[in-house]
Design a protein around this ligand. Structure first.
Ligand SMILES: Nc1ncnc2c1ncn2[C@@H]1O[C@H](COP(=O)(O)OP(=O)(O)OP(=O)(O)O)[C@@H](O)[C@H]1O
Length: 345
């Protein structure tokens, strides 16, 4: 046999030193086998939940599910950990139908399959019902493909909030992972939004954000998967045979976030730690700001939107401003003016 044909010895798991490693963890570099990896990931998410004091016994938690990998894994993990560690939570799946034909209708099928496999109650709310017939397909029909993600993000945030209130939930859990957080840090940086930069990596939202409250209630949001890399979530889903909808949103290629994602993926290939380090840097800045508060990054005054009553930092909330523009046929101007005042008022 020539040297070129020498079979490679499989790398063994650094934890048990017995089985073949299936993944190299991007942050600390450990190579783990299937069993040790799944155990480590579940332990880390549990530790994160406990460390951050994410939940209290008896709470009803609305798990935001889109049919994608992150929220499918989140729903699975919360159910498993809730049973294993006796958190005492009541879990309910909450899906928002943004009205994107050929994307959300298919991914909602995956959500319905998750409901069956997880045996959890499911609630679906839609843009069409909440925003007077404005599905994302209609929004794009008016404003085109550029900037439509702004509408989707603002409306979805409020839709999740309203759905959670209808479900009498105490918390909203989302499947944001470390890659999502790194993208958000970068986007806030390039937008020059120092306030959001400091709080965008919180595992538990500490204060209400735009659109994040109604009827005097504020439902805190939690991100139990914030330290996991996308690659780890995909591997875990594969190992646990969690099925999910893998197609990208029809409108994603035109988004600003898409550019940030590509950049971060490139950086990750050179330095895998970079993803977690970006979020850690934002957290360190936040710690410094708490010790030495500055007017630039301090909390903004929050009050009720004069139209719908949701909390906002401007006279009207962003959802109302965007909706008003759509109704007047000036949606493409809206992203420049969102958060200021309504056209006629
Ligand atoms: N249509 C939706 N309905 C309910 N929750 C949603 C919806 N879209 C997103 N979310 C929540 O917000 C999180 C982050 O959403 P994002 O748009 O970044 O999708 P993602 O990173 O592809 O996540 P996923 O893999 O779960 O789709 C999701 O994990 C989920 O918890």
């Amino acid at each position: 046999m020539s040297t070129g044909d020498t079979p490679k010895t499989p790398k063994l798991c650094t934890e048990c030193a017995a089985s073949k490693a299936c993944i190299q963890r991007p942050y600390r570099g450990a190579r783990l086998c299937r069993t040790c990896f799944a155990a480590a990931l579940e332990r880390e998410v549990h530790e994160q939940i406990v460390r951050e004091g994410m939940f209290r016994a008896g709470e009803r938690v609305a798990v935001g599910v889109s049919g994608g990998k992150d929220s499918a894994v989140l729903a699975h993990l919360l159910r498993v950990l809730n049973e294993r560690h006796g958190y005492g939570l009541e879990l309910v799946l909450l899906a928002v139908d943004e009205g994107i034909h050929g994307y959300r209708d298919d991914s909602l099928e995956a959500v319905r399959r998750h409901q069956q496999s997880q045996q959890l109650p499911l609630r679906i709310v839609s843009f069409e019902e909440m925003y007077n017939g404005w599905t994302m397909d209609r929004v794009v029909g008016q404003i085109g493909r550029r900037n439509n993600c702004t509408f989707c993000g603002v409306f979805r945030r409020q839709a999740l909030e309203r759905g959670a209130i209808d479900a009498s939930a105490d918390k909203i859990a989302t499947g944001h992972n470390a890659d999502d957080l790194a993208e958000t840090v970068l986007l806030n940086l390039v937008r020059g939004d120092a306030k959001r930069l400091l709080r965008c990596t919180d595992a538990v939202a500490r204060e209400p954000d735009e659109g994040a409250a109604a009827d005097g209630r504020w439902i805190p949001r939690v991100k139990p998967l914030k330290c996991l890399y996308e690659k780890e979530i995909v591997t875990y889903a594969y190992l646990q045979r969690i099925d999910y909808f893998a197609t990208e949103c029809t409108y994603a290629p035109y988004s600003y976030r898409g550019a940030a994602r590509e950049f971060i993926k490139q950086v990750e290939t050179l330095r895998p730690r970079a993803i977690r380090d970006m979020a850690d840097a934002a957290e360190q800045l936040q710690d410094t700001q708490r010790r030495h508060p500055s007017p630039v990054t301090g909390g903004s005054r929050v009050h009720r939107c004069a139209r719908c009553g949701y909390l906002c930092s401007q006279p009207y909330c962003k959802a109302c401003v965007l909706l008003e523009h759509l109704n007047e046929g000036t949606g493409s101007l809206a992203t420049r003016r969102a958060g200021t005042r309504l056209g006629r008022e």
